[in-house]
Design a protein around this ligand. Structure first.
Ligand code: ADP
Length: 300
Protein backbone atom coordinates (compact mmCIF):
# COMPACT_ATOMS: atom_id res chain seq x y z
CA UNK A 1 0.00 0.00 0.00
CA UNK A 2 1.37 3.37 -0.92
CA UNK A 3 1.80 5.98 1.75
CA UNK A 4 0.79 9.43 0.50
CA UNK A 5 1.56 12.38 2.71
CA UNK A 6 2.63 15.98 3.01
CA UNK A 7 5.32 17.08 5.45
CA UNK A 8 6.98 20.33 6.37
CA UNK A 9 10.66 20.44 5.47
CA UNK A 10 13.51 21.06 3.11
CA UNK A 11 13.43 18.70 0.15
CA UNK A 12 17.23 18.70 -0.14
CA UNK A 13 17.43 17.02 3.28
CA UNK A 14 15.19 14.04 2.50
CA UNK A 15 17.21 10.88 2.99
CA UNK A 16 14.22 8.56 3.32
CA UNK A 17 13.35 8.66 -0.39
CA UNK A 18 14.99 7.23 -3.52
CA UNK A 19 14.32 10.37 -5.52
CA UNK A 20 13.37 13.98 -5.07
CA UNK A 21 11.63 15.99 -7.76
CA UNK A 22 13.03 19.32 -8.82
CA UNK A 23 10.72 22.13 -9.97
CA UNK A 24 13.16 23.12 -12.71
CA UNK A 25 12.96 25.51 -15.65
CA UNK A 26 13.12 24.51 -19.32
CA UNK A 27 16.89 25.03 -19.54
CA UNK A 28 17.53 22.54 -16.68
CA UNK A 29 20.56 24.68 -15.90
CA UNK A 30 19.50 25.76 -12.44
CA UNK A 31 17.49 28.67 -11.14
CA UNK A 32 16.10 30.08 -7.93
CA UNK A 33 13.80 28.58 -5.31
CA UNK A 34 13.84 24.85 -4.86
CA UNK A 35 15.86 24.42 -8.07
CA UNK A 36 18.69 26.57 -6.70
CA UNK A 37 18.58 24.78 -3.36
CA UNK A 38 18.80 21.36 -5.04
CA UNK A 39 21.75 22.37 -7.24
CA UNK A 40 23.59 23.91 -4.29
CA UNK A 41 23.10 20.79 -2.17
CA UNK A 42 23.94 18.34 -4.98
CA UNK A 43 27.11 20.10 -6.08
CA UNK A 44 28.39 21.07 -9.55
CA UNK A 45 28.20 17.53 -11.00
CA UNK A 46 24.43 17.86 -11.12
CA UNK A 47 24.69 20.85 -13.43
CA UNK A 48 27.19 18.94 -15.57
CA UNK A 49 24.78 16.05 -16.01
CA UNK A 50 21.88 18.44 -16.62
CA UNK A 51 23.81 20.03 -19.48
CA UNK A 52 23.77 16.68 -21.31
CA UNK A 53 19.96 16.57 -21.21
CA UNK A 54 19.42 19.57 -23.50
CA UNK A 55 16.56 21.07 -21.56
CA UNK A 56 13.06 19.84 -20.81
CA UNK A 57 9.65 20.96 -22.02
CA UNK A 58 6.98 22.20 -19.64
CA UNK A 59 5.06 19.24 -18.23
CA UNK A 60 7.77 16.73 -19.10
CA UNK A 61 10.34 15.11 -16.80
CA UNK A 62 13.95 13.93 -16.99
CA UNK A 63 16.11 12.12 -14.47
CA UNK A 64 19.68 12.50 -13.20
CA UNK A 65 21.82 11.28 -10.36
CA UNK A 66 21.61 13.06 -7.00
CA UNK A 67 25.37 13.45 -6.28
CA UNK A 68 25.81 14.97 -2.81
CA UNK A 69 22.09 14.85 -2.00
CA UNK A 70 21.04 12.11 0.44
CA UNK A 71 18.85 10.35 -2.17
CA UNK A 72 19.78 8.45 -5.36
CA UNK A 73 18.03 10.34 -8.16
CA UNK A 74 16.67 13.77 -9.00
CA UNK A 75 13.66 13.91 -11.32
CA UNK A 76 13.57 17.29 -13.03
CA UNK A 77 10.20 18.50 -14.20
CA UNK A 78 9.16 21.89 -15.51
CA UNK A 79 5.98 23.30 -14.06
CA UNK A 80 3.81 25.72 -15.99
CA UNK A 81 4.11 29.45 -15.41
CA UNK A 82 0.71 30.75 -14.25
CA UNK A 83 -0.77 32.96 -16.99
CA UNK A 84 -4.29 33.31 -15.65
CA UNK A 85 -5.53 29.75 -16.09
CA UNK A 86 -6.41 29.61 -19.77
CA UNK A 87 -3.06 28.48 -21.10
CA UNK A 88 -3.37 24.76 -20.25
CA UNK A 89 -1.75 25.38 -16.88
CA UNK A 90 -3.88 22.73 -15.13
CA UNK A 91 -3.13 20.07 -17.68
CA UNK A 92 0.57 20.90 -17.79
CA UNK A 93 0.83 20.72 -14.03
CA UNK A 94 -0.87 17.35 -14.05
CA UNK A 95 1.58 16.19 -16.74
CA UNK A 96 4.47 17.15 -14.44
CA UNK A 97 3.25 14.73 -11.77
CA UNK A 98 2.33 11.89 -14.12
CA UNK A 99 5.54 12.19 -16.15
CA UNK A 100 7.71 12.43 -13.02
CA UNK A 101 6.13 9.24 -11.68
CA UNK A 102 6.53 7.48 -15.03
CA UNK A 103 10.20 8.44 -15.27
CA UNK A 104 10.73 7.33 -11.66
CA UNK A 105 8.91 4.07 -12.26
CA UNK A 106 11.30 3.19 -15.09
CA UNK A 107 14.23 3.41 -12.65
CA UNK A 108 12.44 1.26 -10.10
CA UNK A 109 12.09 4.15 -7.66
CA UNK A 110 9.60 3.34 -4.89
CA UNK A 111 9.88 6.39 -2.65
CA UNK A 112 9.67 9.86 -4.06
CA UNK A 113 9.31 13.40 -2.72
CA UNK A 114 7.80 16.32 -4.61
CA UNK A 115 8.04 20.01 -3.88
CA UNK A 116 5.01 22.19 -4.49
CA UNK A 117 5.60 22.53 -8.24
CA UNK A 118 4.85 25.93 -9.82
CA UNK A 119 3.56 27.65 -6.68
CA UNK A 120 6.70 29.72 -6.07
CA UNK A 121 8.13 32.00 -8.74
CA UNK A 122 5.75 30.46 -11.32
CA UNK A 123 2.78 31.81 -9.27
CA UNK A 124 0.31 28.97 -9.75
CA UNK A 125 -2.48 29.49 -7.17
CA UNK A 126 -1.59 27.24 -4.25
CA UNK A 127 -4.91 25.51 -3.55
CA UNK A 128 -5.57 24.85 -7.19
CA UNK A 129 -2.05 23.44 -7.63
CA UNK A 130 -2.44 21.23 -4.58
CA UNK A 131 -5.75 19.88 -5.82
CA UNK A 132 -4.36 19.01 -9.25
CA UNK A 133 -1.19 17.55 -7.75
CA UNK A 134 -2.99 15.25 -5.35
CA UNK A 135 -5.61 14.19 -7.88
CA UNK A 136 -2.96 13.34 -10.43
CA UNK A 137 -1.04 11.24 -7.93
CA UNK A 138 -4.27 9.66 -6.72
CA UNK A 139 -5.20 8.57 -10.19
CA UNK A 140 -1.71 7.29 -10.91
CA UNK A 141 -1.79 5.21 -7.73
CA UNK A 142 -5.24 4.03 -8.67
CA UNK A 143 -3.92 2.66 -11.97
CA UNK A 144 -0.65 1.35 -10.47
CA UNK A 145 -1.41 0.50 -6.85
CA UNK A 146 1.80 -1.46 -6.21
CA UNK A 147 4.31 0.77 -7.91
CA UNK A 148 5.33 3.13 -5.11
CA UNK A 149 5.72 2.77 -1.35
CA UNK A 150 5.87 6.47 -0.55
CA UNK A 151 4.83 9.59 -2.42
CA UNK A 152 5.20 12.74 -0.39
CA UNK A 153 5.16 16.48 -0.75
CA UNK A 154 7.87 18.28 1.14
CA UNK A 155 6.39 21.68 1.86
CA UNK A 156 8.57 24.63 2.68
CA UNK A 157 5.99 26.57 4.69
CA UNK A 158 2.87 25.97 6.79
CA UNK A 159 0.46 27.36 4.22
CA UNK A 160 1.73 24.94 1.56
CA UNK A 161 1.61 22.05 3.99
CA UNK A 162 -1.98 22.84 4.85
CA UNK A 163 -3.04 23.05 1.20
CA UNK A 164 -1.57 19.62 0.36
CA UNK A 165 -2.69 17.97 3.61
CA UNK A 166 -6.25 19.10 2.96
CA UNK A 167 -6.31 17.58 -0.52
CA UNK A 168 -4.70 14.34 0.63
CA UNK A 169 -7.29 13.97 3.34
CA UNK A 170 -10.06 14.69 0.86
CA UNK A 171 -8.94 12.14 -1.72
CA UNK A 172 -7.27 9.43 0.30
CA UNK A 173 -9.00 9.80 3.65
CA UNK A 174 -7.26 9.04 6.91
CA UNK A 175 -6.29 5.53 5.82
CA UNK A 176 -4.56 6.70 2.63
CA UNK A 177 -5.78 3.52 0.92
CA UNK A 178 -5.24 3.52 -2.82
CA UNK A 179 -8.50 3.89 -4.67
CA UNK A 180 -9.43 1.03 -7.00
CA UNK A 181 -11.17 1.53 -10.31
CA UNK A 182 -14.35 -0.13 -9.17
CA UNK A 183 -15.00 1.79 -6.00
CA UNK A 184 -13.38 5.14 -6.45
CA UNK A 185 -16.19 7.56 -5.95
CA UNK A 186 -13.65 9.81 -4.32
CA UNK A 187 -11.27 9.86 -7.24
CA UNK A 188 -14.16 10.56 -9.53
CA UNK A 189 -15.28 13.75 -7.88
CA UNK A 190 -14.40 17.21 -9.09
CA UNK A 191 -12.17 16.09 -11.89
CA UNK A 192 -10.79 18.74 -14.14
CA UNK A 193 -11.19 18.14 -17.85
CA UNK A 194 -8.52 16.67 -20.08
CA UNK A 195 -8.25 16.72 -23.83
CA UNK A 196 -8.66 13.67 -26.05
CA UNK A 197 -5.19 13.73 -27.55
CA UNK A 198 -3.62 13.69 -24.12
CA UNK A 199 -3.72 10.01 -23.28
CA UNK A 200 -2.13 8.91 -26.51
CA UNK A 201 1.24 10.14 -25.30
CA UNK A 202 1.19 8.11 -22.11
CA UNK A 203 2.98 4.86 -21.40
CA UNK A 204 0.93 1.86 -20.53
CA UNK A 205 1.83 -0.25 -17.53
CA UNK A 206 4.19 -3.01 -18.60
CA UNK A 207 2.76 -5.99 -16.83
CA UNK A 208 -0.53 -7.54 -17.78
CA UNK A 209 -2.87 -10.15 -16.42
CA UNK A 210 -5.33 -12.00 -18.61
CA UNK A 211 -8.64 -13.68 -17.92
CA UNK A 212 -11.69 -14.70 -19.93
CA UNK A 213 -15.37 -14.12 -19.36
CA UNK A 214 -18.46 -15.40 -21.09
CA UNK A 215 -21.17 -13.18 -22.43
CA UNK A 216 -23.22 -12.97 -25.60
CA UNK A 217 -23.68 -9.68 -27.40
CA UNK A 218 -26.33 -9.01 -30.02
CA UNK A 219 -25.19 -7.46 -33.33
CA UNK A 220 -26.87 -4.21 -32.21
CA UNK A 221 -24.88 -4.20 -28.98
CA UNK A 222 -21.64 -4.82 -30.88
CA UNK A 223 -22.50 -1.94 -33.22
CA UNK A 224 -22.98 0.32 -30.23
CA UNK A 225 -19.68 -0.72 -28.70
CA UNK A 226 -17.91 -0.18 -32.01
CA UNK A 227 -18.92 3.48 -31.92
CA UNK A 228 -16.70 3.95 -28.88
CA UNK A 229 -16.94 6.87 -26.54
CA UNK A 230 -14.27 9.53 -26.74
CA UNK A 231 -15.80 12.78 -25.59
CA UNK A 232 -14.18 16.11 -26.27
CA UNK A 233 -14.10 16.92 -22.56
CA UNK A 234 -13.47 13.92 -20.40
CA UNK A 235 -15.59 14.30 -17.36
CA UNK A 236 -16.55 10.65 -17.54
CA UNK A 237 -14.83 8.04 -15.54
CA UNK A 238 -13.97 5.91 -18.57
CA UNK A 239 -13.61 6.24 -22.29
CA UNK A 240 -13.23 3.50 -24.83
CA UNK A 241 -12.76 2.78 -28.48
CA UNK A 242 -12.58 -0.31 -30.65
CA UNK A 243 -10.07 -1.46 -33.21
CA UNK A 244 -11.34 -4.56 -35.01
CA UNK A 245 -12.76 -6.81 -32.32
CA UNK A 246 -10.68 -5.29 -29.55
CA UNK A 247 -12.02 -2.73 -27.13
CA UNK A 248 -9.64 -0.44 -25.24
CA UNK A 249 -11.06 0.95 -22.02
CA UNK A 250 -9.22 3.90 -20.53
CA UNK A 251 -9.54 5.84 -17.35
CA UNK A 252 -10.45 9.33 -18.36
CA UNK A 253 -8.44 11.16 -15.77
CA UNK A 254 -4.99 9.73 -16.38
CA UNK A 255 -5.66 8.26 -19.79
CA UNK A 256 -4.30 4.90 -18.72
CA UNK A 257 -5.63 1.93 -20.62
CA UNK A 258 -6.87 -0.45 -17.95
CA UNK A 259 -8.80 -3.12 -19.85
CA UNK A 260 -8.25 -4.50 -23.33
CA UNK A 261 -11.16 -6.73 -24.25
CA UNK A 262 -10.88 -9.04 -27.25
CA UNK A 263 -14.34 -10.11 -28.29
CA UNK A 264 -14.71 -13.59 -29.67
CA UNK A 265 -17.46 -15.06 -31.85
CA UNK A 266 -17.97 -17.99 -29.46
CA UNK A 267 -18.86 -15.69 -26.56
CA UNK A 268 -15.67 -16.35 -24.55
CA UNK A 269 -13.98 -12.97 -24.43
CA UNK A 270 -10.44 -12.30 -23.29
CA UNK A 271 -9.58 -9.42 -21.02
CA UNK A 272 -6.07 -8.10 -20.56
CA UNK A 273 -5.79 -5.99 -17.46
CA UNK A 274 -3.06 -3.43 -17.05
CA UNK A 275 -2.16 -3.82 -13.46
CA UNK A 276 0.79 -5.16 -11.55
CA UNK A 277 0.53 -8.97 -11.21
CA UNK A 278 1.12 -8.71 -7.49
CA UNK A 279 -2.30 -7.07 -7.35
CA UNK A 280 -3.92 -10.24 -8.63
CA UNK A 281 -5.70 -11.94 -5.88
CA UNK A 282 -8.76 -13.88 -6.92
CA UNK A 283 -11.09 -11.34 -5.43
CA UNK A 284 -9.62 -8.63 -7.59
CA UNK A 285 -10.17 -10.62 -10.77
CA UNK A 286 -13.74 -11.18 -9.65
CA UNK A 287 -14.06 -7.46 -9.10
CA UNK A 288 -12.62 -6.77 -12.54
CA UNK A 289 -15.07 -9.16 -14.13
CA UNK A 290 -17.96 -7.55 -12.31
CA UNK A 291 -16.82 -4.09 -13.25
CA UNK A 292 -16.35 -5.04 -16.91
CA UNK A 293 -19.83 -6.50 -17.05
CA UNK A 294 -21.23 -3.34 -15.48
CA UNK A 295 -19.35 -1.16 -17.92
CA UNK A 296 -20.54 -3.25 -20.86
CA UNK A 297 -24.14 -3.03 -19.60
CA UNK A 298 -23.72 0.70 -19.70
CA UNK A 299 -21.84 0.96 -22.98
CA UNK A 300 -23.70 -1.60 -25.11
P1 ADP B 1 8.34 27.22 -9.34
O1 ADP B 1 9.28 28.00 -10.23
O2 ADP B 1 7.95 25.88 -9.96
O3 ADP B 1 7.20 28.00 -8.86
P2 ADP B 1 9.85 27.54 -6.83
O4 ADP B 1 11.13 26.89 -6.50
O5 ADP B 1 9.84 29.02 -7.03
O6 ADP B 1 9.28 26.76 -8.11
O7 ADP B 1 8.77 27.20 -5.73
C1 ADP B 1 8.13 25.96 -5.58
C2 ADP B 1 7.90 25.66 -4.14
O8 ADP B 1 9.09 25.14 -3.57
C3 ADP B 1 7.52 26.86 -3.26
O9 ADP B 1 6.47 26.46 -2.39
C4 ADP B 1 8.80 27.13 -2.49
O10 ADP B 1 8.51 27.73 -1.22
C5 ADP B 1 9.31 25.72 -2.30
N1 ADP B 1 10.72 25.56 -1.94
C6 ADP B 1 11.77 26.40 -2.08
N2 ADP B 1 12.90 25.85 -1.58
C7 ADP B 1 12.55 24.61 -1.11
C8 ADP B 1 13.22 23.54 -0.48
N3 ADP B 1 14.54 23.60 -0.20
N4 ADP B 1 12.51 22.43 -0.12
C9 ADP B 1 11.21 22.33 -0.38
N5 ADP B 1 10.50 23.30 -0.99
C10 ADP B 1 11.16 24.42 -1.35
Amino acid sequence: MVNIKAILGDITKQGNVDAIVNAANTSLLGGGGVDGAIHRAAGPELLEECRTLHGCKTGEAKITGAYKLPCVYVVHTVGPIWRGGNSSEDELLKNCYINSLLVAKRKGIRKIAFPSISTGVYSFPLNRAAEIAVKSVCDFVDAHPEMFDLIEWVCFDEETLEAYSKQIKKLFGESKEPVFPDDDELADKNRITVKTDWWKTLDMPEKHEVFTFKRTFSPEQMEKLKKGHIPEEMEDKWFWYMEGNTLYAHRSWTGFCIYIISFSEDGNHTVTVNREPSQYKETIIEKDEKLINNLLDWWA
